[in-house]
Design a protein around this ligand. Sequence first.
Ligand code: UDP
Length: 376
Amino acid sequence: IKNLIIFGTRPEAIKMAPLVKEFQKNNQEFETRVCITAQHREMLDQVLEFFEIKPDYDLNLMKPNQNLYTLTSDIITGLKPVLEDFKPDLVYVHGDTTTTMASSIASFYSGAKVCHIEAGLRTFNMQSPFPEEMNRCVTGVVTNYHFSPTETSKNNLLTEDKKDESILITGNTVIDALLFSVAKIKNTDFVDHQVQKLTDLLESDKRLVLVTGHRRENHGQGFLNICKALKTIAEENKDVQIVYPVHLNPNVQKPVYDLLSNIDNIKLIDPLSYPAFVWLMEKSYLIITDSGGVQEEAPSLGKPVLVMRDTTERPEAVDAGTVVLVGTDSNRIIKQASLLLDDSEAYHKMSALHNPYGDGKACERIVNFIKGISNE
Ligand code: UDP
């Protein structure tokens, strides 16, 4: 059976890397190739290096001021020769990016069966000016096999009349990636210059608040509010150090560097490699983020998360209590952060909760399912 695994951004790479490895372990039954669109470049390459994955095809599509029209068409036309050369039986796409949606359409054109990893997440807001919900839904339409992280995401697909037997609940592959990384970092042979630098940066007597943010819906006023809140948290809690790896998008870089440079207990740093970020998550007391992946990973490390979004396609975390949605209102961010910084009972209750996103065996389940259908 010929598998083609396609991805383009950092979070997709992290979440697909363990699947590539799992298929490679089963190379008697599968010929597996990897194609990257490189919708992100640097941030993607760092992940590939850590997981020791060498792509077979690299469309190298990242351009300055990239727009959705050219990106979508470049992915579809760029994949044509790849699909015609390799003729995969099955194509694997992940999540909700332009790479996901455009690759699933191209694969449909080629006649390959489409497998969607992290299938069935929904915000139910198709009117949003941002493309993620459309990307998920369009991909869902051309998908043959849906791999849903949770029961909630499976139910979303059933509501859309997808067939029960085409859906498998797997847990999120990000937990597979996380556990792999935690083990690799703990290995004494592992040296990472970013981890070395972080060790020098951190002050051992201060609690660490780790911050990330990148979502387009927060660009503009959202990031201004977020920065205002972080400034207040830093000023009011001198026993806290905020470490913020700032996303490379200029809409994020500008407000963050304008408003938060030169505050002694806020350290703005470049985005981190995945192992360095995992290392930092482990060291942190509290995480404040708008990232999807981070809210799925953090509960496995026992770290409470404040999510700077108003809506979420990840309600399981809110229901389980492992995250609190705080939006981008400065006062709400400050209030919830203060609660967790000041009330150790509330803090420990939250950090002990079970992670609803999985147990690290998602990729094994996916590969076993594919073995099952190919024996039919
Ligand atoms: N991450 C990383 N370096 C960083 C910040 C985040 O490797 O400096 C990882 C993080 O552990 C998670 C993923 O990147 O697995 C999340 O990516 P992002 O927040 O960009 O996207 P989202 O998950 O919101 O789609």
